[in-house]
Design a protein around this ligand. Structure first.
Ligand code: HEM
Length: 616
């Protein structure tokens, strides 16, 4: 078993001497002390003499559970034993433990624990006979990502395929039974057939088709689709008011993205698919938490409608494909949309258990991964930039430099996607959007052995979680501006990820200030001044919207391009104004904590019109 140092500090250069808020428990605390402190025993004796005694006695199991778990927690906090478990978060409901809170208020629970146990101390939760631990702190998180091979990637896949995507039970068992790992070479103890190595096969395909040249046909088609979607949406040179920018994004981006990945037949055969999809998406939290059909029938129905539509599409596309007989369509497939989607189906059809239901569930899974985070993220990206006219004009300058020449002034603009993706301010806005709005829980399960990190041990097969929001809101890590120009951690700062060569203290990291020389810098003529550059240097384990390690989100390139292209088309060809009353801001819907990029809680009214002079 490999041992790593569990870090309770953020060792940013220049901040080494800073003390961190790791709470040291009172050494005198013990079971006896806790009982005295809480006065529970006296209270209980008094109660018995009261007419309400019976009712109050029924509280006894809760009180006792709380006391015992409180003692367990404090004992762990006091211990300095190497190989100890992380402290348990006390709870009051026997057996159910934190399971109920996990269902209703996960976000609040995670934040409360940071205050209770101290910064970067791992904490444990228990409920319904299972335990899981939360790990925080950039170094610890980065280490977990680096040690990917110690963890099984399949646990969260199995849960999601079962509860969220409605995979048939025999296929869920098939995912679970594949113990060969994601690597090219299967684990030595595994005797799963090569063609049944579902986790490895899917992993190889997503890497191949969601990056580099494999991705190009899909992003090109997304850009064309998006241009067409917006240009044919009835917006002319007069202002047109719309009641919700997010609703606009949900329809336009999803249609563009579905066509880019799955081809035209899915929505042609199922005209209500976009609507059904978002109804299913709204059900994510209930389905993932395992709510049965009789409690949330609408959620189950919404998913079933999506699965039925996907089966219809697959049957149709299969017929066309078989009739055509060709094998290679150079990236784009006329029936399944992309080589990516066709190859997935071909691989799965060789696996015994994959029938039409299982394939539809897999389609829904990749569709959800592709759209349910990137579309809310694209909305926030638009919202933040269009809310700030000064920022908008600066970003427009970058966008204008990336427009490709066109002979048709009425056609949607096309962009040099590489140049767009390298524009510093655009990238900074993109990274800041994800920092602020992503609240995802990245999960890992130690596969071969207990996982030891510093003095703490995390038992084999128990879930370990990392909360992106905890990392993204860490004031000891992130640059929050100066006292004259503060940029609080919970606000959008377009330049947070920009390093200005001539501005000491710029860049995403707080410690950047400490690293700069104190003496004033020599004056540099404007003409030779270096441009600011986008930077995520030093943010390993701190900026983690896409997770990390072996399962680092393979769709990150596509997500970035979707966000940038959507903005670029709107910014270059349209005027768009947010119509909030002064002081009103769109807030994130924190009910989605843990699920990815949080969608907005309320509607964002806008007005939009074609720009008078489209830059071409
Ligand atoms: C802003 C948008 C997105 C966010 C925040 C996001 C976030 C994530 C996260 C946190 C993970 C788990 C990483 C880990 O375990 O370390 C993940 C996995 C994944 N994402 Fe994304 N994602 C986004 C967009 C996309 C897109 C557009 C696609 C597809 C085109 C995609 C496809 C996937 C897939 C297939 C996996 C599973 C990877 C594996 O297990 O090998 N994601 N994503």
């Amino acid at each position: 078993m490999q041992v790593e140092h569990y870090d309770t500090s953020w060792p940013a250069p220049g901040l080494e001497n800073q003390t961190f808020r790791t709470q040291q428990p009172d050494k005198a605390t013990s079971l006896h002390q806790t009982l005295l402190d809480t006065d529970f025993h006296l209270g209980i004796l008094n109660m018995i003499q009261q007419p309400y005694a019976l009712g109050l006695l029924s509280c006894l199991p809760f009180i006792l559970t709380y006391i015992l778990t409180q003692v367990e927690s404090k004992t762990a906090m006091q211990s300095s034993k190497v190989g100890r478990k992380a402290p348990l978060t006390p709870y009051a409901i026997p057996i159910i433990g934190h399971a109920a809170m996990f269902v209703w208020s996960l976000g609040a629970l995670v934040h409360k624990n940071n205050a209770r146990f101290g910064k970067y101390v791992p904490v444990r939760f228990r409920g319904m006979f299972t335990e899981l631990a939360f790990v925080s702190g950039p170094k610890n998180v980065a280490l977990i990502f680096r040690r990917s091979k110690d963890f099984a990637a399949k646990a969260s896949v199995v849960i999601a395929m079962d509860r969220l995507f409605g995979s048939p039970q025999r296929t869920v068992r098939f995912y679970d039974d594949d113990n060969s790992g994601m690597e090219m070479v299967p684990h030595s103890y595994s005797n799963v057939r090569e063609e049944d190595r579902i986790h490895h096969i899917v992993h190889v395909q997503v890497i191949k088709y969601l990056s580099g040249n494999g991705l190009k046909p899909m992003t090109q088609r997304f850009m064309e689709n998006m241009g067409r979607q917006i240009f044919t949406s009835g917006v002319g040179s007069e202002w047109l008011e719309m009641d919700d920018l997010f609703g606009f994004c949900q329809v336009k981006l999803l249609e563009a993205s579905l066509d880019a990945m799955f081809g035209p037949y899915l929505t042609a055969l199922n005209p209500n698919f976009v609507d059904d999809y978002w109804k299913f998406d709204q059900s994510t939290a209930y389905l993932l938490k395992g709510f049965p059909k009789w409690i949330v029938p609408q959620s189950w129905k919404a998913r079933q409608r999506c699965l039925d539509s996907l089966k219809k599409y697959n049957a149709y596309a299969n017929k066309l494909h078989d009739g055509d007989g060709r094998k290679d369509y150079e990236g784009l497939d006329p029936f399944f949309g992309t080589e990516f989607i066709r190859q997935r189906k071909e691989a799965m059809s060789k696996m015994g258990t994959f029938d039409e239901d299982a394939i539809a569930a897999e389609d829904l899974a990749i569709m959800w991964a592709t759209n349910s985070n990137s579309i809310p993220a694209a909305f926030w990206f638009l919202y933040e930039i269009f809310s700030d006219p000064v920022l908008l004009s600066r970003v427009r300058e970058e966008v204008d430099e990336c427009i490709l020449p066109s002979s048709d002034p009425d056609a949607p603009p096309q962009f040099d996607l590489t140049a767009l993706g390298n524009s510093p301010l655009l990238q900074s806005c993109y990274a800041e959007t994800l920092r602020l709005r992503t609240a995802i829980l990245v999960t890992r399960v130690p596969e071969h052995d207990d996982f030891q990190l510093g003095d703490y041990v995390f038992p084999k097969n128990n879930l370990i979680m990392v909360a992106s929001q905890t990392a993204h809101m860490d004031e000891d890590v992130w640059n929050t501006g100066t006292s004259e120009a503060p940029h609080p951690i919970n606000t959008f700062w377009a330049e947070r990820f920009l390093v200005h060569p001539d501005a000491p203290g710029s860049g995403p990291l707080k410690h950047a200030k400490a690293q700069r020389p104190k003496q004033s810098l020599p004056e540099i003529p404007e003409s030779v001044k270096e441009k600011p550059r986008f930077s995520t240097e030093g943010l390993s384990g701190a900026w983690i919207p896409y997770g990390g390690g072996q399962t680092l989100c393979p769709g990150r390139h596509y997500a970035k391009q979707e966000m940038l292209v959507t903005f670029a088309i709107l910014a270059s060809a349209f005027d768009l104004e947010i119509l909030h009353e002064p002081g009103v801001k769109t807030e994130a819907n924190t009910k989605y904590f843990g699920l990815g990029v949080m969608p907005p809680k309320d509607k964002t009214p806008i007005r939009i019109r074609r720009r008078k002079q489209t830059v071409l």
